[in-house]
Design a protein around this ligand. Sequence first.
Ligand code: ZN
Length: 189
Amino acid sequence: MSLSSLEGSLHRGCGGRYAQHTEQVTVRLSGMASEVTREFFRCEKCGHEQRTIEQRDAAEKQAVEQIRAAHGLLTPREIRQLREELGLTSAQLADVCYGTPRGIVAGWEKGRYLQNREADALLRSLRDPEVFAFRTARAGVVPATAADAATGEAVAGEAVADEAVAGEPGEAGAEPADAPTAEDAAGAS
Ligand SMILES: [Zn+2]
């Protein structure tokens, strides 16, 4: 049975019943704080209070949204988009954010953790090619875009060579469309 349904339930300690109330609490996250309204249950007879996981989670989620809005922090989706634009895996992004554990960086993107202002500024700064080049070099990270470009060239080169070799005997009759390509490649090299 879910703890979220404490409304009207029995407090065995005194025989009273729980009812839902709200309270103003300050939720602190990553060095920032936000005031939110949190629900909780109070025994109407003895005043015993209970706060469920759902109530805590809802309050924290609200705080995250308010803090993100107040400080203009990147959303999890924006962080993922930025990482993909930069051609980094989440492990590489963590390496570029040296000093920040990989699990934390991955958690920013999943919305599990909220990046602080310094981390947010760092993430944004990676859009500057000079900053990005400096930080990736210092972290020993080779972005996937550059790696792909290099690999792509090599693969393309190999593919053309294979085509030229394999194309001669078999493809001449079967695939006329490929024949010019193979010839062009052969002629170019
Ligand atoms: Zn009670």
